[in-house]
Ligand binder design. Structure first.
Ligand SMILES: NC(=O)c1ccc[n+]([C@@H]2O[C@H](COP(=O)([O-])OP(=O)(O)OC[C@H]3O[C@@H](n4cnc5c(N)ncnc54)[C@H](OP(=O)(O)O)[C@@H]3O)[C@@H](O)[C@H]2O)c1
Length: 265
């Protein structure tokens, strides 16, 4: 992304004050959607992996769910429309198994016209319940990323429910190694992915520096719930900043479009 966007840019824009606006041109979001295919090809050629966009909704205090990890409806309708536009623009959408266990999402595009992305669940031990709604979808087979030591009768069970299993290397914490997963996704023709959460998955992508851009919806409320990051974003007490960064109103919410600015390790 950085090759195509001026450095040190901060932009603010009024806009997207209605659901219709979120689906129309004239907003900053067009500046994100239009170059996405070209940037995805660039990242694939340069890094041998799909472009990664992390996108989630948080309260003003940075909560993405309740403290007990119960689902919270934070986004306004207008922001949900935007989320569905981002989904439709991406080849795949990635969530963690705990988000599936709590939310049981479909991950389809429903609020606008568009193609639903390939659903992918990070599920090292294949804990997915066989009645999960993602396994009932007829339009797309769910892809489950598990670890390579995980060969069990669960593989056959989830495959019999239509899921496709992607075996990945283990990372230092015994979870799915994200670099290996992204490499395999690139080989499967996935050019860009949207990471929707939850907290552990977002943190892992950031810690691995495998994030090209972030789209953060901030809802005007306080929760005191589950923080978006479960570990520090950067080591030694330093901050992970964004550059460039844009702000936009979307109904009652604020949407931040930003690229992480990685510091030297
Ligand atoms: N506001 C929002 O936008 C938003 C969006 C999504 C979710 N949420 C909320 O987030 C909460 C769930 O978040 P969470 O942090 O508890 O769980 P999570 O991030 O959804 O899932 C974490 C689990 O994914 C698996 N995993 C496999 N490989 C991983 C890797 N490399 N890095 C991280 N995890 C990996 C691990 O389980 P295994 O070891 O068993 O594989 C891990 O425990 C829910 O309350 C949900 O409602 C909010």
């Amino acid at each position: 992304m950085s090759e195509d966007t001026p450095q040190g840019t901060i932009r603010r824009r009024e806009g997207c004050t209605s659901a219709t606006d979120a689906g129309q041109s004239g907003c900053l979001l067009e500046e994100w959607f239009e170059p996405l295919p070209r940037l995805s090809e660039l990242i694939l050629a340069r890094h041998d992996r799909p472009l990664v966009t992390v996108s989630y909704a948080q309260s003003v205090d940075g909560s993405i769910a309740t403290r007990n990890r119960e689902q919270l409806r934070l986004s306004s309708h207008q922001s949900m429309v935007l989320t569905h536009r981002i989904r439709a623009a991406c080849d795949a959408v990635v969530i963690g198994i705990k988000t599936l266990l709590v939310d049981d999402p479909l991950l389809t595009v429903r609020l606008i016209e568009g193609t639903s992305p390939q659903p992918i669940v990070l599920d090292s031990k294949l804990r997915i319940p066989l009645q999960a709604r993602l396994l009932n979808r007829t339009d797309r087979r769910c892809w489950l990323a598990c670890t390579d030591n995980h060969v069990s009768e669960r593989v056959g069970e989830v495959q019999s429910r239509g899921a496709e299993v992607i075996r990945c290397r283990r990372d230092l914490r015994g979870m799915v190694d994200l670099s290996d997963l992204l490499y395999q996704l690139g080989r499967r023709g996935i050019r860009n992915i949207m990471v929707e959460g939850g907290s552990q998955v977002i943190t892992s992508f950031i810690k691995a520096r495998l994030v090209d851009q972030m789209i953060i919806t901030i809802a005007p409320c306080l929760v005191g719930g589950l923080p978006v990051l479960d570990r520090p974003a950067a080591g030694n007490g330093s901050l992970l900043g964004f550059n460039p960064i844009s702000y936009q109103s979307c109904g009652p919410d604020i949407v931040i479009w930003a690229q992480p600015r990685w510091q030297d390790p």
